[in-house]
Design a binder for this molecule. Structure first.
Ligand code: ZN
Length: 1015
């Protein structure tokens, strides 16, 4: 089985800008009761085909055939497989080589050799004549533009040839300064703009090529003279051709244009909300990363084309406008409008430019030389204070930590009512979802942990990303991995009570799960198409990036990591970098015998991570490494070796950091000599390294025995043992019996990290069994959970709680308990829900229990109606999301369909929540097939709202498919995605989805019997 991808995170919780919102610590779905609503057939407007076929008990598993049969029938169906493995290919070619015996006589070996030689010579001569251009043998070789490929130019919109044929812009012309003037019209949802770009010609050229998307260009002048503009829409480029070479020097290019506001969540888009008086309010905001600045103004939209920006915005007097820099003046215009002009910016990348026109209020505070302000809609003015306080503290921390002060005079944090990403680090104007910035009066420390995390992440970007920027999107991890790492590091320093280390541990487990699939990719990966750029915003860039930085920091001596980072930031201040630049800076400060560059190279250019196997014989320990790959038959590379800074402890000293010993494993195998005999060894201290450890039978046995005394290892190590043994069971290295042997200690466990990890792992298995209609096994799994966690579930309080760690634990336990229909849990939850309803929603449900309580409440008709009204009227976004999760967890099919439709069209449920809706519905048996069919049938609409490859799309696909574990569903999934063509068939996430289903199938086939026996 492997749905750990699926449940752990459709996209991970800490992927701050992206998707932390799609995940809550639910462990299993709600108990299935028969729908309490009689379904009127007239009301059911949507009935998925697959749901009609695949209902519980129909025995879909009977359809399973073996892999080979499946492949052949798929071939017959003409399906194209995204995930073809090399050995599948070789198998099919060996098939075609087979000749029917005796169909023709075989030529002699000699004739064959002579014939082949003649053929080779003829073909070679032909190829030389045909392909080698005339200039090959000249001294200068071929000028690049003469090569065969480069001579093929596309046609521009006007029919004339477009003078450029690459996705990346030519490097001969650089922008130096933009002056942008915008006149947004919020009534008619259009805007007019003009941009004056000062460009520098570095090499003589006859063309200027830049980006533009969905802009209607009305006039362009170059050095004051009108010039025609050619457009090639598929690549979002425009070009100006000149009859003569432009000499080196600076020139001025002016472009006037009009455009509609974007109706997706990127570019310059409009957003609306209804205030507490019932009035609809409209605003306009931007989201440019990665490729949408070109939707707001023509520009050189690549991160390495850094430039300065001077921005002017026209608005009505009752609105305010904001941009990256402080406002320098406001001018009254004749038409009653006003124009704000902002100070010219520092040199920066286009994706960091931002502007907003809205009716917001703000609170401010000075930190050093910077004015920090938090903006929100007036109805939520009481919810900004926590963010302001937190941002001020974190800004001070980073100013000190990096030894470079935040360079701008102002820092705005703005909560946007309709915003798809979690947050965006625009320099000086960070935009957030309301959930990630605003904290209500009743918000718990867990809600605050989320807000703190997002602010810490975005502030870290002001240095990592904004001051020093990756050269190209292949090194996105330099931005995201670093910001993610810094977010945990800063919070554990500044807000130790938020228990962020447990969260970071979970994040590392998530990253391992994703990276164990063949569909994963190296941290630093070649990307060229827009879809590939979008796909980089994933767990590998964020979470694996952060994990390998933790491993490096834990390997270096105290202070060296920080010193190297400071040196890197100083050296590359306001410029662009690649991974190697960071490693070189860190290598220079490392006083140890560790070649940082050589070590980290193995972690950034190879996908996946190592499995370290430990075999002990007395004092001699044999260590070996191999690629931990769940679908090994698809492996394309078996020779990967990592430079692993292996850490270990033993019984003589095992809890403190000072106990940790290090062994650098660089080869396939190595011998570690211990100075004395030990009872047991535990590798990967506190799971700080990005690898999984397997022990021989004795090694596991010794550790299981050692766990009789729970405190013998730090809680991170206990959680990691649980995580690792489940992963090894998926890999087939240990039996499920061994897993259960280790799990026996859990009755003595009290700490959050190991308990939530165990619940998570068991919950995944339970859900897969449930979805396969293995009712008997699902019920035995339920008894197993009852037996091992029951007393802990019973002992949880339902009162207000202040410890984050305790809240995290009890919300996981009680959510599981109520979903398994434990009477005590559902009764208590119902009691709180009724109290809340009876008090006209003034009774305070502990915030960490709200989802559980609401989910129980949502199972009755009245409860659901109350929650829907709460969703519509609540001004607390965190509460709204919990309410929506409860609404989407209904067992009533009519309601499920209603939510799917309303969240996609955005009429009653915000479209930004569509991924969360899909994720929540797919956890439950009642709706997961409906959700899948809905996704398939509405794919066109969905990809209009969310870009192909984006985190939202990744999230939707994984949520909708990761619970499948049968061949029928595998075929259906592959069939659907292969039919999409340009609309998404090439996405990496599609490969991940099919791989996950195959993994689920394999695990189930292998372990169903074991489960019968051992549960
Ligand atoms: Zn980020």
């Amino acid at each position: 089985m492997d749905s750990f991808e699926s449940e752990r995170a459709p996209l991970p919780r800490n992927m701050i800008e992206n998707s932390m919102f799609e995940e809550e610590p639910d462990v299993v779905d709600l108990a299935k009761e028969s729908p309490s609503y009689p379904i009127d057939s007239d009301d059911v407007v949507y009935e998925p085909r697959s749901s009609r076929l695949l209902v519980r008990g129909l025995g879909e598993n009977d359809l399973d055939e073996d892999e080979e049969d499946y492949e052949s029938s798929a071939r017959l169906l003409g399906m194209s497989f995204m995930n073809r493995s090399s050995n599948q290919r070789s198998a099919s070619s060996s098939y075609t080589r087979q000749q029917p015996s005796g169909s023709c006589s075989m030529p002699s070996a000699k004739t064959t050799v002579v014939g082949v030689l003649i053929l080779v010579v003829v073909v070679s001569i032909f190829m030389v004549i045909y392909f080698v251009p005339g200039c090959t043998f000249t001294r200068n070789g071929c000028p690049k533009t003469n090569s065969t490929m480069n001579n093929v130019y596309p046609k521009s919109t006007s029919g004339e040839l477009f003078p450029w044929n690459e996705l990346r812009l030519p490097s001969s012309v650089h922008p130096v300064r933009y002056e942008i003037s915008l006149q947004p019209d919020l009534k008619n949802m259009i805007f007019q703009g003009s941009v004056s770009i000062k460009v520098e010609v570095l090499h003589e050229t006859k063309i200027i090529v830049l980006h533009s998307s969905d802009l209607n260009i009305t006039k362009a002048t170059f050095e004051g003279k009108v010039v025609p503009v050619l457009e090639y829409k598929p690549w979002l480029q425009i070009a100006i051709k000149f009859p003569e070479d432009l000499k080196k020097g600076t020139y001025s290019l002016n472009i006037h244009y009009t455009a509609n506001f974007s109706n997706s969540y990127d570019g310059f888009y409009n957003s609306s909300y209804v205030d507490t008086n019932g009035t609809k309010r409209v605003l306009a905001a931007t989201q440019f990363e990665p490729l949408a600045a070109r939707k707001a103004f023509p520009c050189f939209d690549e991160p390495a084309f850094k430039s300065t920006f001077l921005i002017k915005i026209t608005r009505e007097p009752n609105y305010i406008s904001l941009s990256n820099m402080p406002k320098v003046k406001t001018t009254d215009l004749k038409n009653g409008l006003q124009e704000d002009e902002f100070k010219e910016s520092d040199t920066m990348s286009t994706y960091l430019v931002a502007f907003i026109v809205a009716e917001f209020i703000s609170y401010s505070r000075n930190v050093s030389n910077t004015t920090v302000s938090v903006y929100a809609i007036p109805d939520k003015k009481e919810q900004v204070h926590y963010a302001l306080d937190t941002a001020a503290k974190l800004l001070k921390f980073y100013n000190t930590f990096f030894e470079i002060d935040y360079p701008l005079r102002k820092l705005d944090l703005v909560a946007i009512p309709d915003f798809l990403a979690g947050a965006m680090e625009n320099w000086g104007l960070i935009t957030f979802r309301e959930t990630t910035l605003l904290v209500g009066n009743n918000s718990s420390p867990i809600d605050k942990q989320l807000v703190t995390s997002v602010i810490a992440h975005e502030l870290a970007h002001q240095w990592f990303g904004n001051l020093v920027t990756m050269r190209w999107w292949n090194d996105l991890w330099l931005n995201e991995g670093f910001a993610t790492y810094m977010q945990y590091m800063s919070i554990s320093n500044v807000f130790p009570h938020l228990d962020i280390n447990t969260e970071f541990l979970n994040v590392r487990f998530k990253a391992l799960a994703k990276d164990a699939l063949n569909s994963s990719h190296p941290v630093s990966t070649v990307v060229s198409t827009p879809e590939q750029v979008e796909e980089m915003f994933d767990s590998v860039s964020y979470e694996k990036g952060a994990s390998i930085l933790l491993m490096l920091n834990a390997t270096l001596r105290d202070g060296e990591f920080r010193k190297g980072v400071i040196e890197y930031l100083q050296k590359y201040n306001r410029s662009n970098t690649e991974s190697e630049d960071l490693w070189n800076s860190l290598s220079q400060v490392s006083k140890q015998n560790v070649n940082v560059s050589e070590m980290m190279h193995t972690w950034t250019v190879r996908k996946g991570f190592p499995l370290v196997t430990v075999k002990r014989n007395g004092t001699q320990v044999t260590l070996s490494q191999e690629h931990f790959l769940l679908n090994a038959e698809n492996s394309t590379d078996n020779s990967s070796l990592w430079h692993i800074p292996l850490t270990y402890v033993n019984e003589s000293c095992s809890v403190l950091s000072s106990c940790k010993q290090v062994f650098h494993l660089k080869d396939k195998t190595a011998i570690l000599k211990l100075p004395a005999k030990v009872k047991w060894l535990k590798f990967n201290f506190r799971s700080e390294g990005f690898y999984i450890v397997h022990y021989d039978v004795e090694g596991w046995k010794d550790l299981i025995e050692a766990l009789q005394n729970v405190t013998v290892l730090p809680c991170e190590d206990r959680a990691a043992l649980i995580n690792n043994i489940f992963a090894l069971s998926r890999l087939g290295k240990v039996s499920f019996r061994q897993v259960l042997n280790l799990m026996n200690y859990i009755k003595n466990e009290t700490e959050t990290a190991p308990l939530t990890e165990a619940l998570f792992q068991l919950g995944q298995i339970y859900r897969l069994l449930d979805k396969r209609s293995e009712l008997n096994l699902a019920s035995r799994m339920k008894s197993y959970i009852d037996d091992h966690f029951g007393s802990l579930m019973e002992s949880q309080s339902w009162e207000l709680e202040s410890s984050v760690s305790k809240m995290t634990l009890r919300s996981a336990l009680l959510e599981m308990a109520c979903s398994l229909n434990r009477l005590n849990c559902t009764t208590q939850a119902k009691r709180l829900f009724d109290q809340w309803v009876d008090s006209n929603k003034t009774f305070q449900i502990p915030s960490d229990l709200m989802t559980t309580v609401f989910k129980v409440g949502a199972q009755t008709e009245d409860g659901w109606d109350v929650l829907l009204s709460t969703y519509k009227h609540s001004i607390c976004d965190a509460e709204k999301r919990k309410t929506l999760e409860a609404l989407a967890s209904t067992q009533d099919v009519r309601k499920i369909i209603w939510i799917l439709q309303k969240s996609l069209d955005g009429s009653e449920i915000q479209t930004q929540e569509f991924p969360l809706v899909i994720h929540t519905i797919c956890k439950n048996f009642a709706g997961y097939l409906y959700a899948w069919d809905f996704v398939k049938e509405n794919w066109g609409k969905i990809t209009q709202k969310f870009s192909i490859g984006s985190f939202a799309i990744q999230n939707i696909i994984i949520s909708a498919t990761s619970q499948f574990s049968t061949k029928t569903h595998l075929m259906e999934t592959q069939n659907f995605f292969s039919s999409l063509g340009a609309k998404g068939s090439q996405m990496r996430i599609v490969q991940e989805a099919t791989e996950t289903i195959k993994q689920n199938m394999r695990w189930m086939e292998k372990n169903l019997d074991t489960l019968q026996h051992w549960l």
